[in-house]
Design a protein around this ligand. Sequence first.
Ligand code: PRP
Length: 217
Amino acid sequence: MNEELLTVAMPKGRIFDEAVDLLRQAGYPITEEFEDSRKLIIDVPEAGMRFILAKPMDVPTYVEHGVADVGVAGKDVMIEEKRDVYEVLDLKISACYMAVAALPSYRAGGEVAPKIASKYPNLTSEYFRQKGEQVEIIKLNGSIELAPIVGLADRIVDIVSTGQTLKENGLVEIEEMINITSRFIVNPVSYRTKAAMIDPMVDRLDQVINGQGEDRL
Ligand code: PRP
């Protein structure tokens, strides 16, 4: 953990641009080069910050271990990873939802334990356990929509944003599960020791997102 700078773990990929945009709106001077760089650590001393760029699923791991003080992580990742971090603010960006989908011809009931492909094995297993449905989970790392088409799985559990990926691959939604947005997360120790940096950051983000700031989690 850097003593001088606030270390911020950012998710590479889809959420990144929206998260950077939010930080800029909150008044943090993040330059244009930031988006184009292949660097994984970017210091912005003017803002008192160091950014580390991680895979979205790994952001809570960096924050839990304290090598990042704060981070931006999707609610999907928070549920899947169950890391020991504080979730202090709903950033209300990258809104999407988690859904169960299958081929239109799929009819449940034929098999003892239907195969469910997902990037989220823990979330998926908890969801079906609560429903009392026995399933076999097949963990994949991406392109989940491929699984039912090639016969690897009966159903999938995945994120739906525009719905384009399901549509283009001829899949249909069976159940909507949960709404997802990105969250601002904080390491519990940093929350105390770096309060002088973290509190104003949360307040500034809260102002941008909610105006008055009454929606703090
Ligand atoms: C995500 C998700 C879906 C898709 C949904 O995948 O897993 O496949 O986006 O978005 P849409 O509803 O707007 O089409 P991503 O592109 O992040 O890559 P991945 O397949 O490697 O997980």
